[in-house]
Design a protein around this ligand. Sequence first.
Ligand code: ADP
Length: 505
Amino acid sequence: MEKYMLSIDQGTTSSRAMIFRQDGTCVASAQEPFEQHFPKPGWVEHDPEDLWRTVCDCIRQALAKANIQRGEIAGIGITNQRETTILWEKNTGRPVYNAIVWQCRRTAPLVEKMKSSDPDFADKILDKTGLVPDAYFSATKIQWILEEVPGLKARAGQGEILFGTVDSWILYRLTGGRSHATDYSNASRTMLFNIVTLSWDQELCTYFHIPMCMLPKAMPGASEFGYVAPGIPGLEAIEGVGIYGILGDQPAALFGQTCFDKGDIKNTYGTGCFTLMNVGEEPIVSKKGLVTSAAWSFNGKTTYALEGSVFNGGSTIQWLRDELKLIDHASDCDVLAETVPDSAGVVLVPAFSGLGAPYWDMYARGAILGLTRGTTKAHIARAALEGIAYQVYDLVSLMQEEAACPITALKVDGGASVSRFMMQFQADILNCDVDRALERETTSQGVSYLAGLYCGYWKDLEELRKLRHCDTLFRSKMSEAERTKLLGTWKKAVSRAAAWEEKES
Ligand code: ADP
């Protein structure tokens, strides 16, 4: 009987289930969006029951589409939106508050206060957790819920309340409350996990007033996390099947891109861009604002990743389409950009919400520079695509410097990676190959690979490498002189966009 792997991808705007066969191809998939809640400006919440319900619906639909019978699923992997925080009652499994989503800024003042009043502690957090303290991470979100919900602190101290990131929540429900666990990659994004010792950190938990008895068991990404409980409606065909892999979405994509060796690097071009580099078996503490996390662990070895993000990637193209109305469809941007031989000196800095590493300037704002009377919308479209690639260049350069690891190729995926023009420009400006994967769902694939390795569905990394196929290899064609000139213009443009917004006094 042919067997399959099931992956669950619980994302920020939708849940998804995919069924893979041994050659790595997808047999069936299902996806379902759910409601976003914005109770106040800057606040973002999800209903944890929506996350669970949509996950179950997707699994049911995918199993039905592939006509999967009992015994045909060899194992399950879970990947998820990271940092999003859920607290629930141990006895009933009921959430005590909505999930506070990673994007939610409600605890930003808490973090700012800590950074200004206790800068040494902020440094300590970086050394222990690999993270630059921020409201994204789970710690202050847990702290906030414990303080805001009456009586919760005392109950949590008595072991009645459990915390989990979304992977833990789905695992808990799938196993009928038997497993309360997470993997190192998700734990790494809580700001409570020591990435050197790979354990929860007592000092950090005390600092954020979080009882350690709330925390899930932190386990290697490839582990026996638990088994699907009986009695979940529609999931009878996977009852008793093992959950053998958990990875946060970005490390899952790194694994799915088969970035198994030190120095391997990928970028996902979505709404924003996420660049991750495999830095091997020792964490690197970034001096310039990148973050480090434990990524995957199996066979007793843990692989670490250095990570950086671009706030506005594909969203720049959405802006051209929806606000400027320069194009009708995202794909028109490429067509327009290629009607001109170059951007004629126009540079677009997509700093709509500030700039991340290596600039870390929250007061930078978007800018279009170098306009002349001859500038056309084609030049602006071209400059927009180039602006995304320049930001990725900045991240990749910084990573090469901090990891002391030169790269030969950048593996790419994500919705905006379909832009041929941008991928070619990326290769030119980085002076390295850009290798676009044929497989579109590297995140789901990545976690099913890891789970499949654990349960023996796939033999080893070599077998997995063969499952990745290159769609297009973009090779650098630009002269060194041209590259130097363009990068000089980009740096100049960034300096003009810097510190634009006045700081509030
Ligand atoms: P996310 O997972 O962040 O929602 P996706 O990976 O689905 O993002 O990518 C969507 C983004 O890709 C959008 O911001 C869109 O503007 C961009 N995009 C889609 N098609 C193209 C294209 N042909 N050229 C450039 N950008 C594109």
